[in-house]
Ligand binder design. Sequence first.
Ligand code: NAD
Length: 507
Amino acid sequence: MTEARVAIADGRAARDIAPWDHYIAGAFRPSADGGRFETLDPATNEPITSVAAGTATDIDAAVAAARRTFADGDWPQLSPPERASALVRIADAIEDRADDIVALECLDAGVPISQARGQAARAAENFRFFASIARGLTTEALRDGRAFMNYVVRKPIGVTGIITPWNTPFMLETWRVAPALAAGNTVVLKPAEWAPLSANVLAEAIAAAELPHGAFNVVHGIGEVAGAALAAHPDVRLVAFTGETGTGREVMGAGAATLKRHSFELGGKSPVVVFADCDVERAVDAAVFGVFSLNGERCTAGSRLLVERPIYDDFVAAVATRAEQVRIGHPADPRTELGPLIHPAHWERVHAYVREGAREARLVAGGERPGGFDDGNYLQATVFADADRGSRIFQEEIFGPVVTATPFDTDREALDLANDVRYGLAAYVWTNDLRCAHHMAQGIESGLVWVNSHNVRDLRAPFGGVKDSGINHEGGRYSFDFYCDTQTVHVALGDHHIPRFGTGEDQ
Ligand code: NAD
């Protein structure tokens, strides 16, 4: 296979897709041992196609290709403007293939098409954005009187392992691949096995942009096999991982022996703190969109509503009403707001939380498979009121269209509830009281806080979590702190004193 072509026809994504292979050293190829796995259409759970199942042998081949290209210098030794031009060509190629990417995200990941379009556009933007940052990167020169001139340089590090999840897979892959390449590293990507297809379009876009062979490689496969081999490979110098917190722990352990540098974007259980004085209608809009968009499979989902008591009942009722009206449908239907969950095993996991939640809190919307959707992994938009802070639905990441609501009486209680989970990715605060907004923003333990806003990103700002939600923050120039080594060069400007040991002189 050299070109993945798919199409949306009659509101459904076409399904005649060739078997998918790895992309290693500039060519598509099957696994060394011929192993394959099937990827399913979340709307039906029928197999879409088979995908090469990589093992340590395939990871070895990909890492060797990436290492050769790095050592040859064809990519790391380019000037920043030359590399930036190549990244812009990748962005152009992604835009040329946007329809294919959107179709694959609908078909393979179940992302509703209206949302998949935005994600494909953002993927191209990731390459354009990091191209522009790479062009403008500067470092410091530190003059030390007349004695020394010291200067700092950023250097590419080597082979970067990138391991990614299945929610909006293409966009999340580009969020890591673009800065890794912009910095001059070479890459081996291991996409998620539940939504592997769009990664090959990224390989094709990068091939179309004529990067040196081996600069970017894709090895598909099961996390515990291919992912684990990449996470432990001695020639991989740094690992960017996006996924569950527990998997992050394993990835970190696997890299310990060779002291790999890690950047982790992990799980979340983000609070939406709503004060009575806010613009309630906008807060309801943002709360509903924030947890039910991307099928609720969103790391920054506002999955815990903390609402000031005077407006609590009305707020919960408004969210429940809107949840019941969220349009559930096939991901390729432009009217669809909520599509199927990724996999039957994930549906079962999410529904187990819903069943347990119904015993722990008050179910006020959803909770079941919607009528008329007998196949696929559809679940109603689900709202629980009066969730107790000790309950599992309050504490644990569900990663589906499920939100809890809990009342609070004071700022202090709101902060206490917001911080009483092990995660710290995002938080949303709704109030028109300036002092309260800043007080909450400073008190909440999270890497990201939005005030009177849903999740609107500024790519120049660092993105990432604290506590169990991540290590390291990427975005803008901050990404280059991870993807580059900084080297300091100290240059003597004159004859400074050097102690003369072994001369018999007093020093
Ligand atoms: P996951 O941890 O199950 O899998 C992520 C990736 O890791 C996959 O490619 C998988 O194959 C691989 N993997 C699994 N076991 C591995 C191992 N032992 N060694 C190496 N690799 C292994 O996560 P998921 O279910 O694909 O994604 C959902 C999770 O991702 C949620 O927790 C979500 O919050 C998180 N997420 C976080 C962000 C963020 O920016 N913080 C963004 C998106 C998703």
